[in-house]
Design a protein. Structure first.
Lengths: 249, 259
């Protein structure tokens, strides 16, 4: 196994791999996943092969995380370490190989989610940053900013129609009311995200605007960033799905 | 702990100075007899009236099953390999070790963070990241390292249960077969332990000695550590007639303090 060649501070300096890594961040209900999905469709319609990975999705620690949450035995530190393990596994299997091969990788949430959440949960901000030091800095990090009450409205009106226990930070005992807890928890997370805008060069997106307006802006920024990118494919010109062969630009 | 402290960036929600007990780590590669000695130490300490908690690598409620399953898959990269063990350790630290130390127990740890450092180094780590990861660990009051040379170790492991995939570090593919790989992998681990023995002032015990000799050395080193600080050992032996409790009489006869 070959780890990333950079050693000094992987997250503050650009990576040297031929591929491109684009990630989205923001509180739950900011609409970041919708925007990333639309970006993916657009990239695929233009013939790119896109790799996609999302937060807390590897099979490796799924059982332990579920058990820990169910029994409520997770501490801020074990919560943080479980997510780091999940990320490490996905980074090694899903992110690093396509990046090294010169392909496009989209990630729904990245290390900044851990930096924000785990710090609010009470671990040392320096420690959690060191924990993820093996990760590379994304080429583009979109940060969707939204007022907390708008995020709550979206989540309650949406398909889920409820706020999840950990998403609302109920484990922190901020408030017995789930909506109020969500408000307090996610407000603190927003403050942590805001601190990272300059630290990691996050691109601010106004998530109060319409879906189309945001997507339009995102596509323009991505198109500009990919100007000199030479996509690599093993199968020439093959598009994933024929009905995506639209020319949208 | 006399002056409890964290290894690096510690738990922000805990003051290690509140911990009264003592933390003793027993380190060493596979097959040096750690668990046997820990069992004997526990018996020795309990007879003296100390509360004892033993805790073993990968034995947390949270992670033991996950680690077993991951090992079956053999697909671990260096980072998730180390992070799985760090999660296991954190769970035991916060749910077993810290509560026990707070109540004044002697905690005997079968392997400690140095095992993780050695294994990460054998997998190509530069040492910095893995030490950062375990920053939340408590620095033990004493680390005893049972050291065995690789030749003797290979013979012992073959004589007992045979070489297995993970003890041979087959995931790092150092040699063509189990034996070659075992020798190379364990040599890397021993080299790393030797370096750490100096850096972190381990008590190095020659594990080629007889179990009785090793146990005597361990007791002689652990005894003084327990005498320091606030904790005063209860006078268990004084209140009991010799012979009343078979465990006590046996332990009294073999303990180094009475020989």
């Amino acid at each position: 196994m070959t780890p990333p060649t950079q050693t000094a501070s992987n997250l503050t300096e650009a990576h040297s791999f031929p591929g491109k890594l684009i990630i989205v961040e923001g509180v739950d209900g900011s609409g970041k996943s919708t925007q990333l999905l639309l970006l993916r469709k657009w990239l695929e319609s233009r013939g790119f092969h896109v790799f996609f990975t999302e937060w807390n999705s590897s099979a490796l620690v799924r059982y332990a995380t579920k058990q820990g949450k169910k029994r409520k035995t997770l501490t801020p530190t074990t919560f943080s370490l479980l997510h780091a393990t999940d990320f490490a596994s996905r980074f090694y299997h899903d992110i690093l190989p396509p990046l090294k091969a010169g392909m496009l990788v989209l990630a729904d949430r990245y290390v900044f989610t851990a930096f924000a959440r785990d710090t609010v949960r009470g671990v040392s901000p320096q420690w959690v940053r060191k924990l993820y030091d093996f990760a590379v800095r994304p080429d583009m990090s979109f940060y969707f900013q939204v007022p907390i009450d708008m995020a709550i409205d979206r989540l309650l009106a949406g398909t889920r129609a409820e706020l999840k226990y950990y998403e609302a930070g109920m484990d922190l005992g901020l408030s017995p009311d789930v909506v109020q807890s969500f408000r307090l928890f996610q407000s603190q997370i927003t403050m942590e995200y805001d601190k990272m805008i300059d630290e990691y060069g996050l691109i601010k997106m106004d998530a109060t605007r319409s879906i189309e307006e945001q997507q339009d802006q995102m596509r323009q920024l991505v198109m500009k960033a990919l100007e000199h990118y030479k996509p690599k494919r093993g199968t020439y010109g093959k598009r994933t799905l024929f009905w995506r062969r639209f020319d949208i630009s | 702990m006399e002056s409890g402290r964290f290894f690096g960036d510690g738990l922000t929600y805990l003051d290690p100075a509140d911990l009264k007990g003592k933390l003793i780590a027993i380190e060493g590669t596979d097959g040096v007899g750690r668990s046997t000695h820990i069992e004997m130490l526990q018996e020795w300490l309990e007879v003296q009236g100390y509360g004892v908690l033993t805790t073993g690598w990968t034995r947390s409620n949270l992670m033991s099953k996950t680690i077993e399953a991951a090992k079956q898959g053999n697909i671990l990269d260096r980072w998730s390999f180390s992070l799985l063990y760090a999660t296991d350790f954190a769970d035991r630290l916060e749910h077993q070790i810290i509560p026990a130390l707070r109540s004044g127990f002697v905690v005997l740890a079968d392997r400690y963070i140095y095992t993780a450092f050695a294994r990460d180094a054998a997998r190509g780590g530069d040492g910095r990241w893995i030490r950062d990861v375990f920053g939340f660990a408590l620095v033990p009051d004493l680390v005893c390292y049972l050291r065995l040379d690789v030749e003797t170790l290979a013979l012992r492991v073959l004589e007992s249960h045979g070489m297995n995939y993970w003890e041979s570090g087959m995931d790092v593919k150092l040699g063509a077969d189990l034996y070659d790989s075992f020798k190379k992998y364990q040599t890397l681990l021993i080299d790393e332990f030797d370096k750490m023995a100096e850096e972190y002032h381990f008590v190095v015990v020659d594990a080629r000695k007889s179990p009785d000799d090793i146990q005597d050395i361990l007791r002689a080193k652990i005894g003084p550590v327990l005498q320091t600080g606030e904790h005063v050992p209860p006078k268990a032996k004084a209140s009991l007639e010799v012979g009343q409790d078979p465990a006590v009489s046996i332990e009294t006869a073999t303990s180094p303090s009475s020989s």
